[in-house]
Design a protein around this ligand. Structure first.
Ligand SMILES: *[C@@H]1O[C@H](CO)[C@@H](O)[C@H](O)[C@H]1NC(C)=O
Ligand SMILES: *[C@@H]1O[C@H](CO)[C@@H](O)[C@H](O)[C@H]1NC(C)=O
Ligand SMILES: *[C@@H]1O[C@H](CO)[C@@H](O)[C@H](O)[C@H]1NC(C)=O
Ligand SMILES: *[C@@H]1O[C@H](CO)[C@@H](O)[C@H](O)[C@H]1NC(C)=O
Ligand SMILES: *[C@@H]1O[C@H](CO)[C@@H](O)[C@H](O)[C@H]1NC(C)=O
Length: 477
């Protein structure tokens, strides 16, 4: 009995001790030991609690006043502060200067320079002011940074630069007891003769004609024309357009800001031509005309209007920042597998919207909930663009240096089927070498560049936590 009693007492004792430690730990933040409006959070490891100081205070309990004209930083918009007179003196008006980020000016970098003020967009383009940059939205057929280029070459249906083997169709109509073949190779604008156009088979419920341009081109328009057979006019009254970069996944043209497929108005007789602009232009290798309403039969002669991508087709010419830093890529274009919250506090959430190169602040990067290879951050560029590189950067989480040292890149045109960037010679997934510290920009080049609307970065190896700020490089064309 005595022995049992001893054990009970000892157990109770250690239980009380445990209880005491527990409540003590809880008390660390219950009685807020942090000064000057700081936030107290339960500690990790050896520290029982941690104070997160408001601007202008420092020290373990935020009881020290940060001093000097640059503490707290009086410069706005990520401007950096430089002390020019270490002590306050009556005869010195300014004790510091703000060095502003591009696109900002004013004594405290408080003015966002209107980069559209000089009206850089030509030919009716509309200008959007960004942080340190601008973007022109060009009306078709104008393209280029300032809408300065006209993209209006005839691509060769009529002229013959597009050869027979590049043209295919869902079906072919055979007329006059099967002797006349109205094949897709005949669908050339102003083609002459008795059999001079493509016609789909009468039983074909989903007709289409496709042109493989054999490389990626920019298309700004389509010219269509009907034909006459046995003295009767046949033509396509309305059609849709689909395009593909790889001949496997196709996207139906929708037009800017419209959710539904665009239905183009086609022809009204056997001979006149109708020109439709593609606005915005399509970048694709394969283009399909999909008849929706046909008069008598789906009969077509046509031409494609567009231009080469060569304005920017080499990697030196196509490496503009695509807008993570300038915010051309808006917050709702960024998403991620998950987000991390430091100490579980909402205020310290590491949103994908924070993954912008050079972002400042206490939480200034993306970080996922878990550190594993299933996590990703995604950019929806809004439309297909050429991607030629990526710049990555780490960050600090309350003093802890964190970064992604190796990563993979995946891309997609529809947000559903993804390709991973491969090594050119081996065909293995390419592992990009990332950061080695909390701040340096690390640039990687995509060789060859690829075209995509959606891009994902998949962290592969990291230091402390997956933590990423980034910029994508490429061009519109
Ligand atoms: C700030 O608090 C620490 C203990 O947390 C104390 O040692 C120090 O003297 C305090 N400093 C001032 C300026 O109050
Ligand atoms: C076809 O077009 C030509 C030229 O516009 C016109 O003369 C002819 O009558 C048309 N034929 C039919 C069958 O509509
Ligand atoms: C790439 O394009 C730029 C701009 O058009 C041009 O100046 C440069 O010479 C080109 N470089 C190569 C390697 O073709
Ligand atoms: C990775 O983390 C996510 C949560 O963010 C989880 O759903 C998934 O199961 C984890 N995968 C592995 C392999 O641990
Ligand atoms: C983090 O980056 C800053 C800014 O470049 C640098 O001054 C600092 O030394 C870095 N810290 C560490 C621990 O590498």
């Amino acid at each position: 009995m005595k022995a049992t009693g001893d054990i009970t007492t000892a157990t109770l004792g250690s239980f009380l001790l445990l209880l005491c430690v527990c409540s003590l730990r809880a008390d660390y933040c219950e009685v807020n030991s942090c000064h000057n409006g700081a936030t107290c959070v339960m500690g990790v490891g050896e520290d029982p609690f941690i104070c997160i100081c408001t601007d202008g205070f420092a020290g373990d309990t935020c009881n020290l006043t940060e001093t000097g004209p640059c503490s707290p930083n009086p410069c706005k918009n990520d401007g950096s502060c430089e002390v020019i007179a270490p002590t306050r003196r009556g005869d010195v008006f300014n004790e510091y200067v703000c060095r502003c980020q591009p696109g900002f000016e004013g004594v405290h970098c408080q003015i966002n320079v209107n980069d559209c003020a000089k009206e850089p967009c030509r030919n009716g383009g509309t200008c959007r002011d960004l942080d340190g940059d601008y973007a022109c939205q060009c009306p078709s057929p104008y393209v280029g940074k300032q809408c300065q280029l006209r993209c209006i070459a005839l691509l060769g249906m009529e002229g013959g630069a597009i050869v027979e083997s590049q043209i295919s169709a869902s079906s072919v109509h055979y007329g006059v007891l099967g002797l006349q073949r109205w094949g897709p190779e005949l669908a050339r604008l102003n083609n002459q003769g008795i059999v001079n156009a493509w016609t789909s088979a009468g039983h074909d419920r989903n007709p289409w004609i496709e042109i493989n341009m054999q490389k990626k081109m920019r298309l700004t328009g389509i010219i269509t024309q009907g034909a006459s057979r046995m003295g009767a006019a046949e033509y396509i009254k309305a059609f849709k357009v689909a395009s593909s970069l790889d001949g496997i996944s196709y996207v139906t043209f929708k037009g800017d800001g419209i959710r539904r497929d665009k239905v183009f108005v086609g022809n009204t007789d056997n001979d006149s031509t109708k020109t439709n602009l593609l606005d915005p232009p399509i970048v694709a290798q394969y283009i399909r005309i999909i008849p929706v309403v046909c008069r008598r039969a789906c009969t077509l002669r046509m031409e494609l209007v567009g231009c080469e991508l060569n304005v920017y087709s080499n990697t030196t010419g196509c490496s503009e920042p695509l807008g993570m830093k300038s915010r051309l890529i808006s917050d709702d274009q960024l998403s991620a597998s998950s987000t991390f919250r430091t100490w579980g506090i909402d205020t310290f959430t590491w949103h994908p919207q924070f993954a912008r190169l050079d972002k400042a602040g206490k939480t200034n990067a993306w970080s996922p909930a878990q550190n594993n290879r299933s996590e990703w951050i995604q950019v929806d560029l809004g439309k297909t663009k050429q991607l030629s590189g990526i710049v990555t950067q780490g960050a600090k989480d309350f003093g802890v240096v964190q970064f992604v040292s190796e990563f993979k890149v995946a891309y997609s045109n529809d947000g559903e089927s993804w390709s991973i960037v491969k090594e050119e010679n081996t065909g293995d997934d390419k592992i990009f070498q990332g950061n080695t510290d909390n701040n340096t920009h690390k640039k990687n080049v995509f060789e060859p560049p690829f075209y995509a609307r959606y891009v994902r970065v998949v962290p592969w190896v990291w230091h402390e936590r997956i933590t990423l700020r980034m910029e994508l490089l490429g061009c519109d064309d």
